[in-house]
Design a binder for this molecule. Structure first.
Ligand SMILES: Nc1ncnc2c1ncn2[C@@H]1O[C@H](COP(=O)(O)OP(=O)(O)O)[C@@H](O)[C@H]1O
Ligand SMILES: [Mg+2]
Length: 433
């Protein structure tokens, strides 16, 4: 589990430092300020490989480059389990090698690391399957460095030129698990149910089916609330995102248990789950449940392991949804901001914010997390600003009020509190008679 991360001269902000919570970590900030970048760095810190270095077919997850000339560093601390001593590590960018310096030898064990990227790519680092050994003081990497899947490989299987098939993929594994009627299918069904959008819209597996004369595979289906069984290849983007999440969790955990048994080792007691834009493709009903569902899912899947989630979000509903559970002793919220200055260059800043309960989604929109002036259309926001000025303007007259009134009528709803206040004041002042 990662404890802290410190970067200098790399990424959009010249310095960033994060002291992670041991359970839930939320990252907010405008587009392009470095949320996905931070998740890439966290993955690298824990596994010491860039996702695209392992799988060049991946569109993102490239090696981090220093921003300017001069020294650049990434420093981090993590633990292998709650009892082990934290491992601290400082890596600097070696210009000649165009690489981040690293100690030879197997990196210390950070537990199981799962990374869900925003485009549907996934990466998994399993301490029982991605280790490397030392023979006469030389590193022998006879295992894959990690399992890194493009979105298509999650569904159709992952191959490695050297090692052949590494993972059957969602379609084939799901069908196989369903026929086998074992623990894997039970876990998958239960996770799908837990991460469903609501109690009456559960994702329930249906019978296997064929969808084309040219595709010999048995395709899993899901029963939709409107009665149809839909082949998962036809399911909506939101459902496919969550199906892929559920599958990767079951696959990673089941394979980890099998590998630990073969090695006669205890399964890991720590899981780090990195998720970019956790709300990706999800309807608000679903956004509101996804974090608590995932926390619950991880709990039942891994039973005893400590689970740390680091996730970025653009969703005020996600922020509002964690209000009941947020606990500052184990959770943290980091916010990236773009700072404009009068003189000098604008810059990006990362701040750890204290989490306050705002009680309402629109309050989240206007909070430090999203920095909007109001939770309305741009047009309504402008007219409201004009109206607010008018209400305190001594020289404001009836003609001006009638124009403003027409604009407000067009832009605000009948029950809008501002609309009611405006009508009350405007009538009292005799502007509208
Ligand atoms: N491989 C990289 N090396 C250095 N900087 C990067 C790299 N990838 C992304 N960045 C930095 O991160 C910014 C993009 O941030 P990103 O994390 O994608 O934004 P978002 O907050 O929307 O997820 C880029 O403008 C660049 O400054
Ligand atoms: Mg991003």
């Amino acid at each position: 589990m990662i404890k802290n991360l410190k970067m200098n001269n790399v990424g959009p902000a010249c310095n960033m430092e994060l002291e992670f919570g041991k359970r839930l970590n939320l990252l907010t900030g405008d587009n392009g300020l470095g949320k996905s970048f931070l998740l890439d760095i966290a993955w690298w810190a824990l596994t010491r490989k860039w996702p695209a270095e392992i799988n060049p077919r991946l569109p993102g997850g490239l090696m981090a480059k220093p921003y300017e000339s001069g020294k650049a560093s990434i420093e981090f601390t993590f633990t292998a389990n709650s009892k082990s001593k934290p491992v601290n590590y400082l890596s600097t960018f070696d210009r000649k090698a165009q690489a981040w310096t690293g100690k030879a030898d197997r990196p210390s064990n950070p537990g199981l690391v799962i990374y869900a990227q925003v485009d549907g790519s996934f990466a998994v680092w399993d301490p029982a399957r991605n280790y490397w050994r030392k023979k006469r003081n030389v590193d022998v990497q006879d295992r894959p460095s990690a399992y890194v899947f493009t979105p298509r490989e999650v569904w159709d299987g992952l191959r490695d030129e050297e090692r052949g098939l590494l993972c059957n993929g969602l379609v084939s594994d799901w069908a196989g698990w369903q026929k086998e009627k074992g623990q894997a299918f039970k876990s998958l069904s239960s996770i799908l149910e837990k991460i469903s959008p609501s109690i009456d819209e559960k994702i329930i597996p249906g019978d296997l089916t064929r969808i084309s004369l040219d595709d010999p595979r048995d395709i899993p289906t899901i029963k939709m609330p409107y009665g149809q069984s839909v082949p998962i290849l036809h399911a909506s983007a939101g459902i496919r995102r969550n199906i892929a999440l559920a599958y990767l969790l079951v696959w990673s955990w089941e394979e980890h248990i099998k590998a630990s048994n073969l090695l006669e080792e205890e399964p890991t007691s720590q899981v780090v789950f990195l998720i970019d834009e956790i709300e990706a493709h999800l309807h608000p009903k679903w956004q509101r449940r996804i974090i608590s569902s995932l926390l619950g899912v991880m709990d039942t899947l891994t039973n005893k392991a400590d689970v740390q989630i680091i996730t970025s979000t653009h969703s005020p509903l996600v922020m509002a949804s964690v209000e009941p559970a947020f606990d500052a002793s184990k959770d943290a919220w980091f916010d990236l901001d773009f700072i404009r200055v009068n003189k000098g260059n604008p810059y990006v800043e990362l701040n750890k914010r204290s989490f306050v309960r705002l009680g309402d989604v629109s309050n989240w929109l206007t909070s430090e997390a999203f920095d909007l002036k109001s939770a309305r259309s741009i047009e309504a926001e402008k007219v409201l600003k004009d109206a607010a000025i008018a209400l305190s303007d001594e020289t404001f007259n009836a003609n001006m009020a009638k124009i403003l009134d027409a604009q407000l009528r067009e832009l605000l709803g009948e029950t809008d509190p501002f609309w009611m206040r405006w009508r009350f004041v405007a009538e009292k002042k005799g502007w509208l008679s």
